[in-house]
Every structure is written in structure tokens, then in C-alpha cells.
Write a protein that binds this ligand. Structure first.
Ligand SMILES: [Fe+2]
Ligand SMILES: [Fe+2]
Length: 272
């Protein structure tokens, strides 16, 4: 079982956010904005899937899961609340969230299905977020020229994603979820996630008027496909998910613990 602390981040998101808040980089800003747009809806889905999964456990096993489920729900609920505030700021720049309604429509298909399907989807998404988190924590230069409060937002979220990366996976296993469905969902989620993230990024860039700038594409190539780019660095750990003996804990996340230790002035713990 993982011991999860819920933290309240001490940042002010009532203040406006600059149009190109990520160091003046239009592509990175649009990419982060796209991800943030998916969080309120996505993280509510993760919360529901973990809660429903825990309810489906045999009575005798529920007590052992109680603290971890509470920590997971608390962390994701805090993320979705803070990202909703952030999203309200970026929408003032004329951006339109097309990802969230599309994801919500897709989720309806799962109504009444075996809770292991939603958990398999959550486990796959959590693997994605954990890989992204580890990449971001390992590349401080990406956010180096952003406002401290926005660095705090993204790095705190990343650190907590790494912290609770096993919860949905372990619950899926505890409910007897099998390997075949686990990897089937990962294949589907990979296609949906990449298509949705890129589509929303392009949408953001188009509304921002920066889609056809050379600097935008240069930044995209560098940060996604470059030697230390996101897609390049996360490909091997992404592929590891397909191994029958995969477990999220096999992938290191010391950077998360280090960041939380070194930045404890930025948050207060609100529960365990
Ligand atoms: Fe989260
Ligand atoms: Fe998460």
C-alpha cells in the first residue's frame, strides 16, 4: 500500500496568466494548456473508477485499501480543482476546450460496464501521466522561464502523479483484472491520448495565431522528438507496460520525492 499525502498548493490562480506563460514558447504553452484542459474531466473519471473499483472489492479487503483510495481521491480532487482555476485563466486568451466534451461523450459508453474496464483505462492514463511527470521533473529547463507559481503547479502535480502511479494498477490487479485487457486498454488509450493531446494543442495554437510560425514547429520537434524530447525519452518505459510482469513501481520516480522534500514551503499537508 502507498502512503499518500494530500497537499494544498499555496499559489494564487486568481491572477491572470500570460498568453505565452511557458517561457514565451508558443508550442510548449499550447501543449501544457491542452493537457490541463483534459484534467478536470479526466481526473474525475480516475476518481470515480478507483472509488467504484474499491466498492467492488470483497468486504474483507476493503479496509486495507481505504487509506490509499482516500489519498488518491484527495490528490486527484485537488489537481482537478486547481487546474480548473488555471483553465479559467487560459480560456480568457480565447482558447476553447474541445477535448473535455469529446472525452465526456466517450465515457458514456462505459456506463454499467465491469468496473475493471474503467480501472484499466485509468491505469493506462496514470502510466502516461507518470511518464510525463518523470520527464518534466527531469528537465527543469522546460519550465525554467515560467513564473514560479506555474512551475509550482506543474511540478507539484507531476510529483503527486509519480507518488500515486500504482494505485489504479494495483486495484485493477486486486480485482482480478487480466493482462490481455490491461494491454488492450493501453493500446487504445495511447491512440486516443496522443490524438486528443495533439488535436487540442493545434486548436490552441490556431486560436493563438501561432500555428504557422517556424519557431512553433521547431519547439515541437525539439521537445517531442529531439534527443531529450518527451516521445523519445518515454518510449521505452511506455513499452514496458506491455510486459506481463510490469509494475509501475519498477520505474523510478526519485525525482518526485526530492521535489516534494525540497519544495515543502509551497504547500500544506491537509490529510493522509
Ligand atoms: Fe492528477
Ligand atoms: Fe493521477
Amino acid at each position: 500500500m502507498t502512503d499518500l499525502t494530500v497537499r494544498r498548493l499555496l499559489i494564487d490562480l486568481e491572477r491572470p496568466v500570460a498568453r505565452h506563460w511557458c517561457g514565451g514558447d508558443a508550442f510548449l504553452t499550447a501543449w501544457f494548456n491542452a493537457l490541463s484542459m483534459s484534467f478536470p474531466v479526466g481526473e474525475q473519471f480516475f476518481i470515480d473508477s478507483v472509488r467504484d473499483g474499491a466498492k467492488a472489492l470483497p468486504e474483507s479487503e476493503r479496509a486495507a485499501w481505504e487509506a490509499e483510495v482516500k489519498g488518491f481521491v484527495g490528490q486527484e480532487a485537488t489537481h482537478r480543482r486547481i487546474h480548473a482555476l488555471f483553465n479559467a485563466q487560459i480560456e480568457k486568451h480565447g482558447l476553447v476546450n474541445a477535448w473535455a466534451p469529446r472525452a465526456e461523450a466517450r465515457m458514456k459508453v462505459l456506463a454499467g460496464a465491469d468496473p475493471r474496464h474503467a480501472l484499466g483505462i485509468t491505469a493506462a492514463n496514470e502510466h502516461f501521466t507518470a511518464l510525463f511527470a518523470e520527464w518534466l521533473l527531469g528537465h527543469p529547463e522546460v519550465l525554467a522561464h515560467s513564473e514560479p507559481r506555474l512551475q509550482a503547479l506543474w511540478l507539484w502535480h507531476s510529483a503527486e502523479e509519480a507518488e500515486h502511479k500504482s494505485t489504479a494498477f494495483d486495484l485493477y490487479q486486486a480485482l482480478g483484472g487480466n493482462h490481455a485487457w490491461r494491454v488492450k486498454w493501453m493500446r487504445r488509450i495511447t491512440v486516443f491520448f496522443l490524438a486528443d493531446a495533439l488535436r487540442q494543442t493545434v486548436n490552441n495554437l490556431r486560436r493563438d495565431g501561432t500555428l504557422w510560425r517556424w519557431s512553433t514547429w521547431r519547439s515541437a520537434a525539439r521537445h517531442l522528438l529531439g534527443r531529450q524530447g518527451l516521445l523519445r525519452e518515454t518510449f521505452a518505459p511506455w513499452r514496458a507496460y506491455f510486459r506481463p510482469d510490469f509494475h509501475p513501481e519498477h520505474q523510478h520516480s526519485e525525482r518526485s520525492a526530492t521535489w516534494l522534500r525540497e519544495n515543502s514551503a509551497l504547500f500544506v499537508a491537509v490529510g493522509r
